[in-house]
Write a protein that binds this ligand. Sequence first.
Ligand SMILES: Cc1cc2nc3c(=O)[nH]c(=O)nc-3n(C[C@H](O)[C@H](O)[C@H](O)COP(=O)(O)O)c2cc1C
Length: 202
Amino acid sequence: MLVTPPTARAVKSPRGNTRVVPTGVERPYGREEIIVSKTDTKGVIRYANDIFLRVAGYDESEIVGMPHNVIRHPGMPRAVFQVMWDTISSGEELFAYVVNLAADGGHYWVLAHVTPTFDATGTIVGYHSNRRWVEPEIRDEVEAVYARVLHAEAAQQKTSDAIAAGVAALVDELASAGHTLDTWVWAMAGREMAGRQMAGAR
Ligand SMILES: Cc1cc2nc3c(=O)[nH]c(=O)nc-3n(C[C@H](O)[C@H](O)[C@H](O)COP(=O)(O)O)c2cc1C
C-alpha cells in the first residue's frame, strides 16, 4: 500500500520566500564523515549534526523545525521518497542514494541509511538518517536511472499519478536487471566498499 509522505508539499527556503535554485556545483565532504539528521514522525527535522549543517549550509536554528524536504533536490524522483516512507513507516530500514540541495544551490550525493526509532512499546516515535559519501562513478549510474524515473513522473499531470508512474518505472528498470531497490543499492554499495579497500591496499 502506498502511504502519502507527510511532507508532500512545496517548501520554501528557510531564508525567505525564494526557492533555492540548483547551481550544479558539488559540495564536497569527507569519505569518513557521517551526515546525520533525526526527524519526528512527520519528517520534521529535530536534530542535525555539525557535518549536516556544514554540508547543507544551514545554521541549526534555520533547519531544526523545518520539514526534511527543505533540502530536496529537483533531481530526486518522488518515487524514491515514496518507497522510503512506505518502508520506514512500516517499521523497516531503508538504504537509498539521494542527491540533496544545499542552501547555496550546491548539491551533494549521499548513501542514506534511514531507520525508524521506536519507544518502549514498539511505537514509531521518529526517524533517523545516517549518510555517507558516494563515489562519482556510482553517482553517475544512479543519476541515469533517476533521470529515467523523473521522465516517467514528468509525463503525468497529477502528483499521485506521477508517483505511481515513477515507482513503476523504478521497479521495472531495476527488475529488468534482476534487482529490487534494496539489492540494487547493495550491489552498488558493495562495489564502493570494494573500490575503497583496493585503494587502501595500494
Ligand atoms: C529521517 C529522514 C531523513 C530524510 N532525509 C532526506 C534528505 O536527506 N533529503 C530529502 O530530500 N528528503 C529527505 N527525507 C524525505 C523528506 O521527508 C521528503 O519526503 C522528501 O524530501 C520529498 O518531499 P516532497 O514529497 O515534499 O517533495 C527524509 C525523511 C526522513 C524521515
